[in-house]
Design a protein around this ligand. Structure first.
Ligand SMILES: [Zn+2]
Length: 580
């Protein structure tokens, strides 16, 4: 690569943001590691749409590490947030826990984990590991209950009139509640674009829609020491003694010293900027729902500057990531597509590529339907260009970010056979290993597979895709017996074409060989040379008609997997039996 090419590579969005973040970090905190941050709420299964909250900072942090600069990627788990609602599929008796911190709610029935929060964190952490994403996980429960934020909480309480005045500007503007949901951005973890019931849930103190500062405004809410819920109202606070008195909807009333009390938290709109200041966050993007006027990112920017005396992180908005064509999921699994579901059908480098190749402000869909074949075709085409050094610089950069990190290359499939072929083979063999190995070796007889492991993990993904995303009417079922009725109704011309095809199967028994042979038979029947390039409309029609006949005889439908793959999967003997 020449210097000028290297310059162009630097221009991808990840590099540009990394330049900005590194420069800003050197200005704000010279000599300290760069801090990038993400936030997620383990309030339920973590929606695949929320992966962008992690991927954008990850790609930037990874670019910074590739430059040899120390960089932390914090993943703040908002596990000290209240349990808001019982998701579908969970015992309705869990409603008694609404209002408790997520770490104090028992895990769903049958879980091996100690709490609701741990249960939903675990699969996400596994997915991040598989994606090659290294984060510093921070439990907000651990932070708050250990007293780590003691000084920040006392400070926020002293500054409550100031905080309230800042919040009041936005309340009069938009009447947005101060607790519009946990960090994490993008779609909330319990469904796309749901900031849902936050305004209802957060009750009293911090939702007072005041035109003027409210003397009863307190940015801190204790969890009740009796019922553990946050249905509390602070009734008084003494700055000198730090004595705080609260009442709870359960009837409990208590006075605690905030200088010692560790069972409560700052309201979200104050919590987020406090943490920016506490951690020295330089880069934290957020979803479109956090960036409107009066939203937590905008208000947080005011608070962190005016009250906490720090600067807001660089925080570009990232657009929505949709999911298309996913088969309906059982509600016992939360009815929500998760990163683990995507990784079951798409290899980690491809999933990374979807994020790396698009700027954060561009939205896109992750395909669970037939589009997945096109995605894989595009990826394989790019891989070939990278291999023969013809990839464009931007594409090459995205490919590099997809296939590895500063820590090294991600695992890949040694023999990356076309996904659509693997899916067809898995479909027809129903995952039968011996049959699959035979068919995959027949694809290119000069380079047979030593074992199925050479085709994995891509083969496993394609097999899972067939089993989980294809409906029964989309599955291919090879006929057990010849369709004698159809065979006896054939014209002489059709019969002759079939005989010609069958006679040449053995000689052309490979993916490439059968591909040319199935097209050649109608050419020969039309009196053309088998290698003739020009396709007249008449020839196209004849080929189409011939292929439909083959599909009907082999699988009883008009269409199906590509014919060469289908023939290889059916096998030579059975193909002869069904076609002759
Ligand atoms: Zn209570």
């Amino acid at each position: 690569m020449t210097d000028s090419e290297a310059d162009v590579v630097e221009q991808d969005w990840v590099s540009r943001l990394a330049d900005e973040v590194v420069a800003e970090s050197q200005r704000r905190a010279p000599g300290r590691p760069v801090v990038c941050a993400s936030g997620l709420s383990p309030s339920g299964p973590i929606h695949l749409g929320n992966l962008r909250e992690i991927m954008v900072p990850h790609l930037v942090a990874d670019e910074i590490r590739r430059r040899g600069i120390e960089c932390r990627h914090l993943l703040s788990w908002d596990d000290y947030d209240r349990f808001r609602k019982v998701p579908a599929g969970v015992d309705p008796s869990w409603a008694e826990h609404i209002g408790k911190p997520l770490t104090s709610v028992p895990a769903p029935p049958g879980s091996q984990y100690a709490s609701w929060a741990e249960h939903f964190k675990a699969p996400m952490l596994d997915a991040l590991t598989e994606l090659g994403i290294e984060v510093d996980g921070i439990s907000q429960t651990e932070r708050y209950t250990s007293g780590a934020y003691r000084e920040q909480i006392l400070f926020a309480m002293r500054e409550r009139a100031h905080i309230d005045a800042v919040l009041a500007r936005y309340r009069t503007l938009e009447a947005v509640p101060d607790d519009d949901g946990p960090a994490g951005g993008g779609p909330a973890s319990d469904g796309p674009a749901s900031v849902d019931t936050a305004s209802v849930d957060t009750a009293s103190a911090d939702t007072a829609s005041a035109d003027t500062a409210n003397p009863d405004y307190f940015p801190y809410r204790p969890y009740c020491s009796v019922c553990e819920r946050d249905l509390t109202t602070v009734t008084s606070y003494d700055d000198d003694t730090t004595e705080l008195t609260y009442t709870c909807a359960c009837g409990h009333q208590a006075s605690v010293l905030l200088s010692e009390h560790s069972h409560g938290k700052l309201v979200w709109k104050v919590d987020w900027p406090m943490r920016w200041a506490y951690e020295g966050v330089i880069f934290e993007p957020s979803g479109v729902d956090h960036q409107s006027p009066g939203s937590s990112f905008v208000v947080g920017g005011q608070l962190v500057q005016e009250v906490f005396g720090c600067t807001q992180p660089i925080g570009p908005m990232y657009a929505f990531v949709g999911i298309s064509g996913m088969a309906k999921m059982s509600s016992s699994r939360g009815g929500v597509p998760t990163p683990a579901d995507a990784l079951a059908i798409i290899e980690a480098p491809l999933l990374r590529w979807l994020y790396a190749r698009r700027k954060p402000a561009q939205s896109f869909n992750i395909a669970f339907d037939q589009e997945i074949h096109r995605l894989y075709d595009e990826w394989d085409a790019l891989s070939r260009k990278v291999a023969d050094s013809t990839a464009l610089p931007g594409d090459l950069a995205a490919y590099g970010r997809a296939t590895g990190t500063a820590a090294g290359e991600l695992p890949s499939t040694p023999r990356p056979l076309p996904y659509r072929t693997l899916a067809s083979v898995a479909d027809i063999t129903m995952g039968h290993d011996e049959q699959t190995l035979r068919i995959l070796s027949d694809l290119d007889p000069d380079h047979p597979l030593g074992s199925l492991d050479e085709a994995r993990p891509r083969l496993t993904c394609a097999d899972t895709w067939v089993r989980t995303q294809l409906s029964p009417d989309q599955r291919t079922v090879v006929r057990d017996e010849p369709d004698t009725e159809l065979l006896s109704s054939l014209t002489d011309d059709q019969r002759a074409a079939l005989r010609l095809l069958v006679a040449g199967l053995d000689e052309h028994w490979s993916l490439a060989g059968l591909t040319s042979w199935v097209y050649a038979v109608p050419k020969i029947r039309a009196g053309l040379p088998p290698a003739a390039k020009a396709r007249t409309p008449e020839l196209k029609a004849a080929q189409r008609e011939f292929f439909v006949l083959l599909y009907r005889l082999l699988i009883g439908t008009d269409t199906g997997p590509r014919l060469p793959t289908l023939l290889l999967a059916v096998g030579l003997e059975r193909a002869r039996a069904l076609l002759d």
